[in-house]
Design a protein around this ligand. Structure first.
Ligand SMILES: NC(=O)c1ccc[n+]([C@@H]2O[C@H](COP(=O)([O-])OP(=O)(O)OC[C@H]3O[C@@H](n4cnc5c(N)ncnc54)[C@H](OP(=O)(O)O)[C@@H]3O)[C@@H](O)[C@H]2O)c1
Length: 212
């Protein structure tokens, strides 16, 4: 696949590393061209640094790996408001939450994913990869350790299929919760997980196991 990554931080590095290793072409961009170059070099494989506009042009999927406060700036610099992402799967892993407490910082009822969809007209936004810490994707799985599930939501079946493949490439199993109007719910789950984890409780111990 041809993947674009907007952002040069920890999550961009983790997912970019695994996707580059899987053989995908990975175009990296951020507000700092120097950081994009440095990350692309670190990723190796078919990774290279580009401008934000080039990172979204002709891609099968674009990962928006920036702090939530930077989402609007980076999308504007990629030309998203002019429609440069129309028809492209746009992965939103952002967590607009209060550090350590997990309280959502978006307006009541509002989801970051829907805000992002408004900033990128025509993009097929998929909320995904927001729940697990980035280290989950780069550490080797122990013998017998089951794969984790990446829950996602989005409106476009094709985009959900593309992102599902990228989920499998990091050794996880995709699960679709529903359409993008479920994004707020997924974002609240991240707040729940972050809140419990920072309070010293394993969030996995706080949900029932087993299929219905
Ligand atoms: N790390 C994780 O484990 C993890 C897991 C799930 C979801 N996430 C989410 O993934 C996103 C990226 O997280 P991260 O851990 O990779 O963060 P990070 O390491 O702090 O990197 C943040 C990235 O956002 C950019 N950025 C920040 N403010 C910006 C602005 N105003 N305009 C443009 N770019 C801006 C930074 O650019 P500069 O370097 O130039 O400042 C950097 O590229 C966040 O929304 C986070 O909630 C992270």
């Amino acid at each position: 696949m041809r993947i674009g990554i907007l952002g040069t931080g920890v999550l961009a590095a983790a997912l970019g590393e695994v996707w580059a290793r899987a053989g995908h072409e990975v175009a990296v961009a951020g507000r700092s061209p120097a950081k994009a170059r440095e990350l692309a070099e670190r990723l190796g494989g078919r990774a290279y640094a580009v401008t934000p506009r080039a990172a979204v042009a002709g891609r099968d999927a674009v990962l928006l790996a920036v702090a939530w406060q930077g989402a609007e700036d980076v999308l504007r610099s990629a030309g998203a408001t002019e429609g440069t992402l129309a028809g492209t799967a746009l992965i939103d892993p952002t967590n607009a939450v209060e550090h350590g407490r997990g309280v959502l910082l978006t307006e009541p009822g509002e989801a970051m994913a829907q805000r992002i969809a408004r900033l990128a007209p025509g993009a097929h936004v998929v909320k995904a990869f927001h729940l697990f810490p980035s280290g989950q994707w780069t550490r080797p799985r122990a013998d017998g350790e089951p794969p984790v599930t990446v829950t996602m939501c989005g409106d476009d079946p094709g985009a959900l299929r593309v992102v599902g493949e990228l989920v499998r490439d990091v050794g996880a199993v995709p699960a679709v919760l529903g359409s993008l109007d479920r994004a707020r719910q997924l974002e609240e789950v991240a707040g729940f997980v972050i809140g419990l984890a920072f309070a010293g409780t394993d969030p996995g111990s706080a949900v029932p196991s087993g299929a219905a």
